[in-house]
Every structure is written in structure tokens, then in C-alpha cells.
Design a protein around this ligand. Structure first.
Ligand code: GLY
Length: 418
């Protein structure tokens, strides 16, 4: 990729590209951004970073950039183990993003000087009883039909990989390519990379879309700032549909899907003495609910997550904590010894087909990068690339065509009977 550069040239490749011509209707003004990103979570930040790398002037509006769902998410990159029937189109995007993670991580860590906690550790999905086993067998068959790599293991083989697993584990699927990253560190790194790339941060909420004729032209912020921009990107996760002034037919159909998550700590002495508590992500479906344990190299063990359709509620409930601990304990009994250091609930941006909305909306000047539901962390690299491309060139990359926001607004023509 860098073959044309001399060995001593440390200028990033994107710096060599010319800044795109400034659109006429914006008028002069060095502070007017080309792109306003509404929302500074992982998706907003990666969009801002990648667009700024391509030479666009970018602003982000968010009262607390780097927060949102990234504070709660476990950071599994689970394209294979979270495969669902009917989501084969989404799978292609998930896999494309998973493939980009190593290079994306390396580039971001160099750009920010921050570690992101990416860990190529694989995932073990296990079954605790005959029903779970049947479910996993089905998943395995689906994975094979989709050409995905996963290996069926007996209970004994699972425990050989992860000695802390319950003795009753009946078998499992080893997905060697489902890794993890640390969403909090990832958000911090993106924030620094954005700042270094010249992205302007407005620590205030965007409350109303600005319209000039039939074109989106920025947003009014809660602090009274009118932030004009040629292109406005809705990237506010589950809040993306709440921006006032959005014409009805472009309101993104995202809804909040609550997830409660626990954080435990594996004491250092534990890891030093007897090997790691867990070496990879371990997950199961217990009584129909997904439970996963994501062990970080720094000793954090994330246990997630509930899936609750409760609107904007982010209460951590006794029932939620109980169910997570009960199911995690059935999987790995030794967790009851560990300190419980944090409980938190966040909101996934659910969409009607569980897939993201990426690219131009039906309103000129308005773009969406939202609705990532269970895959926001996984889809961060590909979202950044797709959004930067469409914001810079006006062309939505082919891999994102199935995820156009217009799929929810353009009426589908009914076939007339002959
Ligand atoms: N992808 C994990 C979750 O949404 O809980």
C-alpha cells in the first residue's frame, strides 16, 4: 500500500491526498465544517476520524464523546458465534469488518498512541444441557452452510481448553476467528486520533436538525450554537431518531434495546499462580438467554448481557444481575470468588432487520450511521470506511448497498397480478 513512498517518508498516505473542493453553497469561513457528526460514540468517532483523514473538515456534537454504548459493551467481535438465521447479508458486512480489525487496530494505535485492548483469542460457545447442545448443533450446521470456520468439541475437549468450565458442559463450538477488543479503550483511542486529525468537538447535544429548503444544513445544539455543515451524519445510536426537525420519512427506525452487563476482576495473584482464569471468550445460551464471559488481559472479566425491550430504561435491576450471575455461574462456577466491580446498563440501537443504516438518507445532505444493534463494536472499522467514502466521493461502497437507510423509506412496488 505504501510502495510509492520513500522509506524515510513518515507522512501518512492520506495526507498526500488533496483536500476536496469546498462546496459553493457553504460560503467562506474556516470554521464551517464539511461534515457534522451527531453523536460521538464509536460509530460517530470512527466516521469523524476516517472522514478527517480524507481531508474533510469535521465536527462532532456530543456532550460526552466516547461514552454511550461503548461504556457498556463487552467488545466481542462475534461474527461467527452470533450468527442468526436470516442474517446472511449482515454476516457479509460483519465478516468484512472482522477482517479489517487487525490493520484497523494497528493504524489507530499508531495514530493515537493508545492501546485498544484488541485480543485475537477466539471464542468457545458451549452447551450445558441437551437443549443447548441441539441449539449449538443447529448453529454449527448454519455456520457450515455459510462457509464459516468453527470446530465441534466434546465436553472434555472444551474443559481442556478452559479448565474453569463446569464439569457438566456437554460440548461446544470453537470459533477461532471471533476475537475481542476493549470498547472503552477503543473509544479513547478514536477520540485522540480524531483530535490529532483536527476534528472539532462540541460538547453539547444536537437538539434540532437545521434545514435550508429541502436540504439538511447542520444542527442546533443545546448550548445555542447553530452548527452549519454541508453534510450531517446521524450517528447517535439509539437516540438517532430523536433529533427534532427530522422530516418524518427520514427518521431512522432505531429503538433502544437494553443490555445489562457486569464487570468482575480476576485478581493478579490468580493469573500468576494457576494460569489464566479464562483464556478466551466463553459463551452459552442458558434457558434461551445469551450469556458471555469476556476475559481481558488486564484482569477485567465482562459478563453480559440481558436483552430487554424496555424503551429508554437503563436501570440495573436485581433480576438482571441475578440472571447474569446465575447463568454465568452455571457455566463457570468459579466466578463467585471474584470481586464484582461494576454493574451497568446500556442501550443498543436496534433496527427493524437488526442491520445498520449506512449512507445517504432520502433528505439531501443527511446521512445515517446508526442501527448497529448487537454489532456496533464489530462494525466500527467497516462503518468508518464506508462513511468516509460516501462523504468524500458521494459513492456508497457496494458492500454497504444492502444497508442503505432508504430501504426503510422507499416504498416497495407491489407486483400486480397478471
Ligand atoms: N453483541 C453482544 C450484545 O449485544 O450483547
Amino acid at each position: 500500500m505504501h510502495a510509492h513512498r520513500t522509506p524515510g517518508d513518515r507522512t501518512p498516505a492520506h495526507r498526500t491526498r488533496a483536500r476536496p473542493a469546498r462546496p459553493h453553497h457553504l460560503g467562506p469561513g474556516p470554521r464551517t465544517p464539511d461534515v457534522l457528526v451527531v453523536g460521538g460514540g464509536l460509530i460517530g468517532l470512527v466516521t469523524a476520524w476516517r472522514a478527517a483523514q480524507r481531508g474533510l473538515r469535521v465536527a462532532v456534537a456530543d456532550p460526552a464523546p466516547g461514552g454511550g454504548a461503548a461504556r457498556v459493551a463487552a467488545g466481542m467481535l462475534a461474527a461467527v458465534t452470533e450468527l442468526h438465521y436470516g442474517e446472511e447479508t449482515l454476516l457479509a458486512l460483519n465478516l468484512a469488518s472482522a477482517r479489517r480489525y487487525p490493520a484497523f487496530t494497528a493504524e489507530l494505535e499508531e495514530a493515537s498512541g493508545q492501546d485498544t485492548g484488541y485480543r485475537a483469542c477466539g471464542t468457545l460457545a458451549v452447551a450445558l444441557d441437551a437443549d443447548d447442545r441441539a441449539h449449538l448443533r443447529e448453529l454449527h450446521a448454519l455456520q457450515q452452510r455459510c462457509g464459516l470456520e468453527s470446530q465441534w468439541l466434546t465436553g472434555r475437549e472444551c474443559r481442556r481448553l478452559e479448565p474453569m468450565l463446569a464439569p457438566g458442559v456437554r460440548g461446544g463450538l470453537h470459533a477461532l476467528g471471533d476475537h475481542q477488543t476493549d470498547p472503552r479503550r477503543l473509544a479513547r483511542a478514536l477520540l485522540v486520533a480524531c483530535e490529532r486529525e483536527g476534528v472539532a468537538f462540541h460538547r453539547s447535544e444536537a437538539v434540532r436538525l437545521l434545514l435550508t429548503g429541502d436540504r439538511a444544513t447542520g444542527a442546533l445544539l443545546a448550548d445555542g450554537t447553530r452548527l452549519a455543515a454541508d453534510r450531517t451524519v446521524l450517528a447517535a445510536g439509539s437516540l438517532s431518531g430523536r433529533l427534532a426537525g427530522l422530516p418524518e420519512d427520514v427518521v431512522p427506525p432505531v429503538r433502544p434495546v437494553k443490555g445489562q452487563v457486569l464487570r468482575l476482576r480476576v485478581p493478579e495473584a490468580y493469573t500468576a499462580a494457576g494460569g489464566p482464569f479464562l483464556s478466551r471468550t466463553v459463551r452459552a445460551v442458558v434457558r434461551g438467554g445469551h450469556v458471555y464471559l469476556v476475559p481481558r488481559e488486564n484482569g477485567e472479566l465482562v459478563v453480559g448481557a440481558t436483552t430487554e425491550e424496555l424503551g429508554w430504561d437503563t436501570t440495573v435491576t436485581a433480576g438482571g444481575v441475578y440472571e447474569l450471575l446465575r447463568d454465568a455461574h452455571e457455566l463457570v462456577p468459579g466466578i463467585t470468588e471474584l470481586p464484582l466491580v461494576e454493574t451497568l446498563a446500556g442501550l443498543r440501537p436496534g433496527s427493524p432487520d437488526n442491520a445498520p443504516l449506512l449512507g445517504p438518507t432520502a433528505l439531501p445532505g443527511l446521512y445515517a450511521a446508526t442501527g448497529h444493534h448487537r454489532n456496533g463494536v464489530l462494525l466500527t472499522p467497516v462503518t468508518g470506511d464506508v462513511m468516509a467514502e460516501v462523504l468524500t466521493t458521494g459513492r456508497l461502497p457496494e458492500e454497504a448497498h444492502p444497508f442503505s437507510p432508504r430501504r426503510f423509506t422507499t416504498p416497495v412496488l407491489q407486483e400486480q397480478p397478471a
